[in-house]
Design a binder for this molecule. Structure first.
Ligand SMILES: NC(=O)c1ccc[n+]([C@@H]2O[C@H](COP(=O)([O-])OP(=O)(O)OC[C@H]3O[C@@H](n4cnc5c(N)ncnc54)[C@H](O)[C@@H]3O)[C@@H](O)[C@H]2O)c1
Length: 732
């Protein structure tokens, strides 16, 4: 996707309603207000929409309607929330206060309407949408799978500011409210009903007729308006909502600090609002507290960065993976997976989980059985957690079948190759597979280090061949690199791009080249960690420094999870590709040689692992085994982190500016966040680089290159030096 397309996307998310987002129909004194934002896929609260809504509410206030019902005309969206582009544009405290104040005032108008109100929720009802339904008297949700209700604001570094922090705890109690708000969760209708966020759950087709009957009941019973207040059930629940609520708050704070490692302030700010405002009878005062805390979050870099990440994910949703808008992806109903190992098993699970038929082919029946077990075990866990029921379990598992020959391959649309990492074998197997499939079927390789270009020679019709690089563990890692070979057609790329999305993944299209994008950037980072070790640093200090920076794990733990033999092998490939600037610490070769110390898979690497694969402690014997002397810990955390992260930025300048592995910094940042867990609150590798400046990065690298005798690998690349002297940022 090009930078200007992204700006377009950001522009199109700005609503430009011309004053006809709402329509009102009346029947027997009951008004039905339909929200249908013209020209938009979703309903959202932008300033123009809010103005129109405010005028409508003023009219409703003085009307004679007995009841007002709110519904959406969009098929899978009730209200998606406030306009994120407007949140992003907030730049002054006064501006934030005015915007939040206006939103709160409008929700108060809803709450204060003289007649009872009811929201009919079908589809997404998030953020401002959820805050709106909380201001209504009654709420009925459809049980459609698109119905998701909640307050995801903390995911954007802010908190619910249109009264959500004040009203949700009143309606569902402190515990459930904290659960939703602190994690920024969206609930399905069943869960929303369970916590009391909605009053009823019905089939989407029955939503309107059920509501009609309910309204008649409410009117005839004289119940009318209400302000639902949570009633705890049982003695303990009562204590936790009352005298012991302090315990609930302190436990929530502890859990939040653990989950966010203290790097995301918004959930803690939301917690403070709830703590200070819960059961406050003065609504204005409670909302003022919410506004004060909202202001503390909205103008932070963290919030701006998280909004940036939100746009990156939206960019993928709207992209087809190719520039030509006329290219349409093919429909993929059934796929094949070659190789039932770690990756093949994971790919089969993810595809079947999303309703795609999967035919797994391995040379070994045992491997096939293991892959099936892997998938079944993951689904069984979901059954246990009540995420899916037994019927869904059998539906999903019936989608996977296995074979040791090519039976059934003629019906497959795409085959993902995930066999051993060996070019000759892969080429041979690809040619054989192509013979056993339809002529127009697509074959993709999941190779992590081999050339897609060379491998495409194995395919008789290379326009139908590409890379589809998943990350391990497949069911957890969201990124897929879609690799374009020299002859890959646009149709193939867009089909694989779409298939990745269907599998619930975030695809990024990359050009072929050693390590593609993510591994190319990660390799210098891992290589640098090995040098830190040889120079006297210890494993724990280095890993801790990176975790503090925001990485999900440090480089040593990462190498353990990838496999030390794999790291060593790929580093060698990388060195061969770029001999002038890639250096590999001799400890990597030693590590590769010891087959009992290959990382997590052998329960021993830099760390020890228990039988379930859980990390226990650093294996202190590793230093002696690698002939490393006593740990002198010569560097501080800053140096440890800068050497690894700046090495990635340095390499990225070449990958982006020279080799154009991807087209935009947006794709780099999305790939690094989704593929390595680069801290989202920093906005991605290049957003972070922009925040500190290329000049600083180049200066520090120059210093480390000289001081640590690392001229070849740490000197600023030509492209970084260019950016440092021109001051040109990655993002304009
Ligand atoms: N493990 C990772 O972290 C990771 C990540 C991304 C990509 N990859 C890539 O995925 C591929 C598979 O890696 P893995 O870790 O799953 O390996 P693995 O060793 O766990 O599994 C490979 C499987 O392929 C089977 N196999 C071998 N030859 C075959 C053939 N001719 N036909 C069918 N099956 C055959 C083997 O029996 C084995 O079950 C490799 O190309 C690897 O580079 C691995």
């Amino acid at each position: 996707m090009k930078g200007n397309e992204i700006m377009e996307l950001e522009k199109t998310t700005q609503s430009n309603t011309s004053g006809n987002a709402f329509s009102v129909a009346e029947k027997n004194g009951i008004a039905t207000v339909t929200f249908d934002l013209p020209g938009e896929r979703v309903n959202k609260f932008s300033t123009p929409v809010m103005n129109e809504f405010k005028a409508l509410l003023a009219k409703l206030k003085t009307s004679n309607y007995k009841f007002v019902v709110f519904r959406s005309a969009k098929s899978k969206i009730f209200i998606a929330g406030a306009d994120i582009e407007e949140i992003k544009a907030l730049s002054t405290e006064a501006g934030v206060r005015a915007a939040v104040g206006e939103g709160q005032a409008i929700m108060n108008m809803v709450e204060d309407l003289p007649m009872p109100t009811m929201a009919l929720i079908n589809g997404a009802c998030a953020g401002g949408g959820c805050e709106f339904i909380l201001a209504c008297d009654y709420r009925i949700a459809s049980d459609d799978s698109s119905t998701r209700i909640g307050l995801p604001e903390t995911q954007l570094g802010i908190l619910p500011g249109f009264g959500g922090c004040v009203r949700l705890p009143r309606v569902v109690g402190i515990q459930a409210a904290l659960d939703v708000i602190l994690a920024g969760k969206l609930l399905n209708a069943k869960k929303a009903l369970k916590i009391g966020l909605v009053d009823y759950m019905v089939h989407p087709n029955l939503l309107e007729s059920f509501a009609e009957k309910e309204i008649q009941k409410i009117l005839s019973s004289g119940k009318g308006k209400r302000r639902k207040t949570f009633q705890p059930r049982g003695f303990v629940a009562g204590l936790l909502e009352g005298p012991l609520k302090g315990v609930v708050f302190s436990q929530a704070k502890k859990a939040t600090l653990k989950a966010t490692k203290g790097q995301y302030p918004a959930p803690l700010e939301a917690l403070e609002v709830i703590k200070k405002s819960y059961k406050m009878s003065d609504r204005a005062k409670a909302l003022e507290i919410e506004k004060d805390h909202f202001v503390r979050c909205a103008l932070t870099d963290i919030s701006k960065n998280l909004i940036h990440v939100f746009y990156l994910t939206e960019m993928v949703k709207k992209s087809s993976g190719v520039a030509d808008k006329n290219v349409k992806p093919r429909t993929v109903k059934n796929i094949g997976v070659l190789g039932a190992g770690t990756m093949g098993g994971g790919i089969a699970y993810v595809a079947a989980d999303k309703g795609i038929g999967v035919r797994v082919k391995d040379i070994s029946n045992e491997a096939n059985a293991k892959a099936l077990k892997h998938a079944y075990d993951l689904w069984k866990k979901l059954v246990k957690k009540k995420v899916i029921d037994n019927y869904q379990f059998s539906q999903k598992s019936s989608l996977v079948s296995t074979t040791v020959d090519y039976s059934g391959f003629k019906t497959l649309d795409v085959v993902v190759e995930a066999i051993v990492e060996n070019m000759d074998i892969k080429k041979k197997v690809i040619a054989e597979t192509a013979k056993n499939m339809r002529d127009d079927a697509i074959i993709v390789t999941n190779t992590s280090s081999l050339s897609v270009t060379e491998m495409s020679e194995g395919h008789p019709r290379p326009e139908y061949f590409a890379g589809m690089h998943f990350f391990s563990p497949v069911h957890k890692m969201p990124l897929v690199e879609v690799i374009r070979g020299p002859k890959t057609s646009d149709e193939t790329i867009s089909t694989v791009f779409e298939l990745s999305k269907k599998m619930g993944k975030m695809p990024v299209v990359v050009k072929d080249g050693p390590g593609f994008l993510v591994n190319r950037l990660l390799l210098p980072y891992m290589a640098e960690a090995a040098f830190l070790l040889t120079e006297g640093m210890d494993i724990e200090t280095v890993d801790k420094a990176y975790v503090k920076f925001g990485m999900p794990m440090g480089p040593f733990e990462l190498m353990d999870s990838v496999g030390l033999d794999v790291c060593a092998k790929v580093l060698k490939i990388f060195r061969k590709a770029y001999p002038d600037r890639v250096e590999v610490s001799p400890i990597m070769e030693k590590l590769e040689a010891n087959k009992t110390r290959l990382g997590q898979k052998t329960n021993l690497g830099f760390y020890k692992y228990d039988h379930s694969g859980r990390k226990t402690e650093v294996d202190q014997t590793v230093y002696a085994e690698l002939n490393l002397g006593a740990r002198t810990k010569p560097y501080d955390a800053q140096e440890c982190v800068e050497r690894g992260v700046f090495a990635m930025i340095n390499e990225c300048c070449l990958a982006l500016d020279a080799d154009r592995i991807v087209e935009t910094p947006h794709e780099v940042d999305l790939a690094m966040i989704m593929g390595t867990g680069f801290p989202p609150f920093r906005g991605g590798l290049l957003k972070y680089a922009d925040s500190i400046g290329a000049k600083y990065v180049a200066e520090r690298l120059t210093h480390y290159a000289a001081a640590r005798n690392a001229k070849a690998r740490l000197s600023p690349s030509v492209k970084l030096a260019e950016r440092a002297s021109s001051g040109k940022k990655f993002y304009n």
